[in-house]
Design a protein around this ligand. Structure first.
Ligand SMILES: NC(=O)c1ccc[n+]([C@@H]2O[C@H](COP(=O)([O-])OP(=O)(O)OC[C@H]3O[C@@H](n4cnc5c(N)ncnc54)[C@H](O)[C@@H]3O)[C@@H](O)[C@H]2O)c1
Length: 239
């Protein structure tokens, strides 16, 4: 039986939090600011330009998704994130070389305001990187708590009503799903005991999901894709 889920109407600002402010994240952020300034269209954005079919094909009723589902308009979106380097989003976007410098210059004031928060990072999981802008703590649980504090501050400072987190960090080493990932309890014990199979992406995921914030994984790491995270998510946001 299909269960009906009531989706609340959006209000206030939507904060999009990204661990990893590199090419993917800064291109997304710059794209949204460029669209908001009327410098381009959101080509490729399902929510903004995608259509859905209602009824039979022959009825030819294909409105924009954004006109059917109550979504926050791009003007009400704010961005934040974490990185192991201190570059602001403008500097990082220039470095990434995805978008042309001439376009980035037009939205420089908006982009340079977005500065990374100190990352949860461990060289063991991404061997080619050596950033210094990282959090220090005794346990992985303490690091998760520090991320939760960052999230609370971001929400307050930016006057956000709702938040989502999207992992945009570098791909971590391959980790097999193991016992530590199986339940919420084993995951929390693993965080307290610095289990080696809990990489930084999982620490961010745990922090977001624990706060009831939806978490999307943009990379091929395990990240949120383990039973313990699903159990936590169901507990925090029962449908
Ligand atoms: N899903 C997709 O279609 C798609 C497409 C392209 C890239 N990707 C994935 O997205 C991720 C990012 O790609 P990119 O091209 O932006 O890479 P990138 O190297 O330009 O950016 C990654 C950023 O993450 C930062 N970082 C690494 N570990 C971090 C951590 N623990 N906390 C905070 N920041 C951290 C790096 O310093 C860097 O700035 C990669 O995993 C890539 O595989 C996915």
């Amino acid at each position: 039986m299909t269960k009906k889920i009531k989706i609340e109407k959006p209000k206030g600002k939507l904060g999009i939090l990204m661990p990893g402010l590199g090419a993917v994240a800064t291109t997304t952020i710059a794209g949204v600011h460029a669209v908001n300034k009327g410098l381009g269209l959101p080509i490729g954005s399902l929510t903004q330009m995608g259509r859905m079919r209602i009824g039979k094909r022959t009825e030819n009723n294909q409105p924009f998704i954004k006109d059917v589902i109550a979504l926050q308009p791009l003007k009400n979106v704010v961005f934040g994130g974490w990185d192991i380097f201190e570059d602001n989003v403008y500097e990082s976007a220039i470095h990434a070389k995805v978008l042309e410098e001439s376009l980035l210059k037009k939205i420089k004031p908006q982009l340079e305001q977005i500065k990374p928060m100190k990352a949860v990072f461990d060289h063991e999981y991404v061997k080619r990187l050596n950033g210094k802008y990282i959090k220090k703590a005794k346990t992985k649980m303490e690091l998760a708590n520090a991320v939760m504090k960052d999230i609370e501050k971001f929400k307050k400072d930016n006057d956000c009503d709702r938040l989502v987190m999207v992992w945009c960090g570098s791909t971590e080493i391959y980790i097999e799903e193991g016992d530590v990932h199986q339940t919420m309890e084993s995951l929390e014990k693993g965080l307290e005991e610095n289990h080696k199979d809990i990489p930084p992406s999982m620490i961010y995921a745990y922090a977001a999901i624990k706060m009831g914030i939806p978490y999307a994984n943009g990379a091929p790491n395990l990240s949120c894709d383990v039973p313990g995270m699903v159990e936590l998510a169901k507990k925090q946001r029962p449908l």
